[in-house]
Design a protein around this ligand. Structure first.
Ligand code: GDP
Length: 410
């Protein structure tokens, strides 16, 4: 039971973006703020973010890691690396299977670019709920409304604006939060750590009211309770809005839209709140389907008490020159010392060590369970795309006719 409770606190997400939109910077800032909430890094002055990032780069593991685990307000967020520089490849497809939800980062100047379109459509095909973060609001030419319009036109998305940017370009100061009806200002001096709550500025009141009405109208399309209140002109509570918006996002009906400037440390904490609020836990996604010995379909629920099924989604070496096999456990549990079966290679494997990678440390753990992401050390025969299961409970998660990479389309 405890397993099931904590499963609802897990978010396995990817960050997808056109090259240069700010995926790396956004990821770094997420690790920075969650690292603080983890009390990893103490920050005393303006250089701290950079120092911290340089340290990270020396260790060479964080940003390039296939999966990084962090904690935000007692939830675990696992960030799975989604290759952004390639078109339709087996890696993109695989990473999309491993994650449950995604943050699409757009540049406030460039908007929806061709590469964002490709990955967006793949995510659509895999039924992955998304939220959008319009980054680089501090840049000259930043145009929030234009990017939202592009999401509708170019991506056929149904975006719902949850924040209005306050101030433009170098004057970009913060956001008006549509649900809370407040302004949040992010102070550059304190690296955006102190969020200053303010009343909505006078000249933003009309835009706020309009955006609030659009939000309620959009939710009413998918939620009968809100529809009734909308028709009766009865106020809708924030709790109802959060709940309905979560459902609409999980059902791929709506895409919540936020904005900020990763580089200037603005808007990252609300983004983290939204990842937790709107993106799915492993319990919110359909059971994993694989193939049995005779090619029959087998489905496995995200439950630690189910039979084991895990997909190896990446094998890489870290700075200690050990082979880390990154896995997503879909069902069951894995313990250090377990003997498991790789049905693709028809070999038994022993689980040497299990680790989780955090922003600036690797944590050895005794076990991993359904819904978790981590890495195994000590596998001898396995490669990327293979399944791990129990000897008597054959299942192959990624079929042999999984699409082969198409190379060279830039
Ligand atoms: P990626 O290719 O999507 O990973 O993009 P990066 O995170 O590497 O960012 C590309 C460039 O844009 C870098 O020079 C960043 O410093 C810069 N950048 C990222 N976020 C912002 C932002 O919010 N504002 C501005 N002005 N520049 C940014």
């Amino acid at each position: 039971m405890a397993d099931k409770e904590s499963l609802s606190d897990v978010r396995n997400i990817g960050i997808m973006a056109h090259i240069d939109a700010g995926k790396t910077t956004t990821t770094e800032r997420i690790l920075y703020y969650t690292g603080r909430s983890y009390k990893i890094g103490e920050v005393h002055d303006g250089a701290a973010v950079m120092d911290w990032m340089e340290q990270e780069q020396e260790r060479g593991i964080t940003i390039t890691s296939a999966a990084t685990s962090c904690a935000w307000k007692s939830k675990r967020i696992n960030i799975i690396d989604t290759p952004g520089h390639v078109d339709f490849t087996v890696e993109v497809e695989r990473s999309l299977r491993v994650l449950d939800g995604a943050v699409a980062v757009f540049c406030a100047v460039g908007g929806v670019e061709p590469q964002s379109e490709t990955v967006w459509r793949q995510a659509e095909r895999y039924g992955i709920p998304r939220i959008a973060f319009i980054n680089k609001m501090d840049r000259v030419g930043a145009d929030f409304d234009r990017v939202v319009a592009m999401m509708e036109k170019r991506l056929g998305a149904n975006p719902v604006v949850l924040q209005i940017p306050v101030g433009k370009e170098s004057e970009f100061e913060g956001v008006v939060d549509i649900i809370e009806g407040k302004m949040y200002a992010f102070d550059e001096e304190t690296l955006g750590q102190e969020i200053i709550e303010k009343d909505i500025p006078e000249d933003y009141r009309n835009r706020f009211t309009a955006a609030y009405m659009v939000l309620i109208e959009k939710l009413a399309d998918f939620d009968d309770g809100i529809m009734e209140k909308f028709l009766d002109d009865t106020p809708v509570s924030a709790t109802e809005i959060y709940r309905a918006l979560r459902t609409a996002t999980l059902n791929l009906d709506l895409v919540p839209v936020l904005c900020g400037s990763a580089f200037k440390n603005k808007g990252i904490q609300p983004l983290l709140d939204s990842i937790v609020q709107y993106l799915p836990s492993p319990l919110d996604v359909p059971p994993m389907v694989g193939e049995g010995k005779k090619g029959e379909e087998i489905s496995r629920k995200a439950d630690a008490d189910e039979k084991l099924s895990a997909l190896i989604f990446k094998i890489m070496s870290d700075t200690f020159v050990e082979n880390l096999a990154f896995i997503r456990l879909y069902s069951g549990r894995l313990k250090v010392g377990d003997k498991v079966f790789n049905p693709v290679k028809k070999k038994k494997e022993k689980i040497g060590k299990l680790i989780r990678l955090h922003a600036n440390k690797r944590e050895e753990v005794e076990s991993l369970k359904a819904g978790d992401i981590g890495a195994v050390i000590g596998l001898k025969f396995s490669s990327t795309g293979d399944t791990l299961c129990a000897s008597g409970d054959y299942i192959v998660l990624e079929s042999m006719d999984f699409p082969e990479p198409v190379i060279g389309i830039a």
